[in-house]
Design a protein around this ligand. Structure first.
Ligand code: F6R
Length: 612
């Protein structure tokens, strides 16, 4: 949700900023801009993608060794050249890029207008840069002090980077509830919303903490203090990120690459954590708080979007295997509804980015009420990973396509490991079943490969669905959340309206929608409810609906009734979502490609939702 990049060093800033913006474009892509400082501050901004900014600025930009850049996901003010960042102070001396929302911007703006400041854009960001200018003008302060004092008056979330024309050897950055990473290179600093623009220059990074302000000097000095002016000791970490992970690797879209990577990412997620032969699971995060988690009265899972769907599968897993009551909450609802949380509760946050504002806020509430907070996160070093008491990374590597795929299966794998571990500790699972599930889980990556081999067939089915305007996804039990996830994948990247439903609920309403124009995608792999799902399919067929079914290999009954079938390998039912979701990911991918949609950057969406 808005990407920030900045450079200070002895090299040309422009190519580094542009490349950095391309890397960050998955965060927001409705407009982009850069500011370069070489005597004066030159600003180049353009509505649209980074490539449009590049076309506009490549020939005319000033050479400079200090600059800031931004790719925007609009909050205040429509996407256009004027609202694009960077924003300048009225005197042209200060330039600023911002990710987040200044909630009291209206109040601040009115006060500044009374002092004679005028505004060009509709953004909250312009208010902030003009507030910094007002403080600097009034008190003659160095830029970092003016920034710090301005931030004491701001309510809301921000990651900002600021440059001052009269201080060309300095970058000033600050954050609260929006991420910012400082890369320390040889004679240079790179600063960004995440490590992706940094990794090709250095692997030494500092993750700025909330309410910290950093001052980076051309001399190589670096200072960090809090907004309330307490000096902090920087903590330098090593990045564990490879450049190949950020490239498409020959695929047309990141989403397809990420779907295809799943056999590997799930292997990585399980590496060193499970041994089926010896019958053990080790999850570092769980072991640290083993007794509190094992004796939890209740697990509360908070998440958004696809991560919330993974949480729903978690509910089935924990209740079925470990017999612990579970509630799965949308983080955005949980945080505002005065939830009842006790010390015996364990709150599990699931997040790919680790930066989702609502999930972070839900965790703060849970923490205040004394619950243990556990994180299931992909992005290493992210805010959720740092605020939780304990947790486990899913190790899926960077997920760049906006539609989440490999993170989802990583989250479900981690939840499965955790549920099995707790089931064993609590004695709620038989030895035989525990060992069977462990063995089957380790076979999942190979079985996913077999599903991926059916890509051509799925492409054929996609062509049958692509011209429809609606679709219904049905599933039962463990595969009901998969139906929700399949529908979300379709609507977010192909803009076809889709709904996921528990198959048996269909007759309580959605059945009214079924006619020969309604594709119905049914996940029919559950052994325990096979006959019931077969009956649900008959109900659809009786109303002329066209059924596309995901069935187990060598299926005999449903394959006779459904119009089209995709066969997936058999597995134990609690593990079936890990296989049944794969054809649905591929289906939505191919439909979106056939509809000429921008698969990796669907309209209005952003990868990391750092605003409420
Ligand atoms: C859908 C999707 C979103 C995210 C949601 C939560 O494909 O990607 O629904 O799942 O915004 O994001 P994280 O997992 O980063 O907290």
């Amino acid at each position: 949700m808005c990407g920030i990049v900045a450079y200070l060093g002895n090299q040309d800033a422009y190519p580094r900023l542009i490349k950095g913006l391309h890397r960050l474009e998955y965060r927001g892509y409705d407009s982009a801009g850069i500011a370069l400082l070489n005597g004066n501050i030159q600003v180049y901004k353009k509505k649209g993608k980074v490539s449009e900014l590049e076309a506009h600025s490549a020939q005319q930009h000033t050479p400079a060794t200090l600059g800031i850049g931004h790719t925007r996901w609009a909050t205040h003010g429509e996407p256009n050249d004027i609202n694009a960042h960077p924003h300048l102070s009225g005197n042209g001396r200060i330039a600023l890029v911002h990710n987040g929302i200044i909630e009291n911007y209206d109040l601040l703006k009115t006060a500044l207008q009374k002092e004679g400041h005028t505004f060009e854009s509709e953004t909250d960001t312009e208010v902030l840069v003009k507030l910094i200018q007002a403080i600097q003008d009034r008190d003659g302060l160095p830029i970092e002090e003016a920034v710090r004092l301005a931030l004491t008056r701001v309510v809301g979330a921000y990651a900002i980077v600021v440059i001052d024309q009269q201080d060309p050897n300095k970058l000033v950055a600050a954050r609260k509830a929006s991420p910012l990473v400082i890369g320390i290179g040889k004679d240079e600093f790179l600063l960004a919303s995440d490590a992706t623009p940094i990794v090709e220059h250095t692997n030494k990074v500092i993750y700025l903490n909330d309410e910290e302000i950093a001052v980076l000097h051309r001399s190589g000095d670096l200072e960090i203090k809090t907004i309330s002016n307490e000096v902090q000791t920087p903590y330098i970490q090593q990045l564990d990120l490879k450049i190949e992970m950020l490239e498409k690797g020959g695929y047309d879209f990141f989403m397809l690459k990420e779907i295809m990577e799943q056999p590997m990412t799930l292997t990585n997620c399980m590496r060193g954590r499970i041994n089926a032969d010896e019958g053990w699971i080790h999850l570092g995060g769980v072991e640290e708080y083993a007794s509190r988690i094992t004796q939890a009265k209740r697990l509360i899972i908070v998440a958004c979007g696809t991560s919330w769907h993974a949480g729903l599968i978690g509910e089935y897993l924990f209740e079925d295997l470990a017999r612990i009551p579970v509630e799965v909450e949308y983080a955005s609802e949980f945080r505002y509804r005065n939830p009842i949380i006790g010390e015996g509760d364990v709150v599990i946050a699931i997040s790919q980015s680790g930066e989702t504002a609502d999930t972070l806020a839900a965790l703060e509430i849970a923490k205040e009420k004394g619950a243990l907070i556990f994180g299931i996160v992909n992005s290493v070093g992210s805010s959720i990973a740092r605020v939780t008491d304990a947790g486990s990374y899913i190790h899926a590597g960077p997920e760049i396509g906006v539609a989440s795929t490999k993170a989802f299966t990583g989250q479900v794998t981690l939840l499965t490991l955790m549920a099995l571990d707790l089931a064993k500790r609590r004695g709620t699972i038989s030895e035989g079943y525990y060992h069977r599930l462990l063995t089957e889980l380790t076979l999942i990556p190979e079985k996913i490969k077999r599903v991926l081999e059916q890509d051509k067939k799925i492409q054929y089915i996609a062509a049958e669905i692509k011209d429809h305007t609606n679709a219904l996804y049905l599933g039962r039990g463990y595969n009901f959340p998969v139906a929700l996830e399949g529908a979300l994948k379709l609507k977010e990247i192909s803009y076809i309206h889709a709904e996921g439903y528990p198959a048996a609920e269909m007759k309580h309403g959605p059945i009214a929608l079924i006619d020969d124009n309604m594709p119905v995608i049914v996940i029919a792999t559950n052994k325990s409810a096979y006959d019931k799902i077969a009956s649900n399919i008959q109900e659809v067929k009786a109303r002329k609906g066209r059924v596309f079914a995901i069935v187990p290999e060598d299926d005999e009954t449903i394959s006779q009734i459904a119009d089209y079938c995709i066969e997936i390998p058999e597995t134990e039912e609690p593990l079936s979502p890990l296989l049944s979701v794969i054809p649905l990911q591929l289906l939505s991918y191919h439909i979106a490609v056939m509809r000429n949609c921008n698969v990796d950057q669907p309209r209005n969406l952003a990868k990391s939702v750092t605003v409420e």
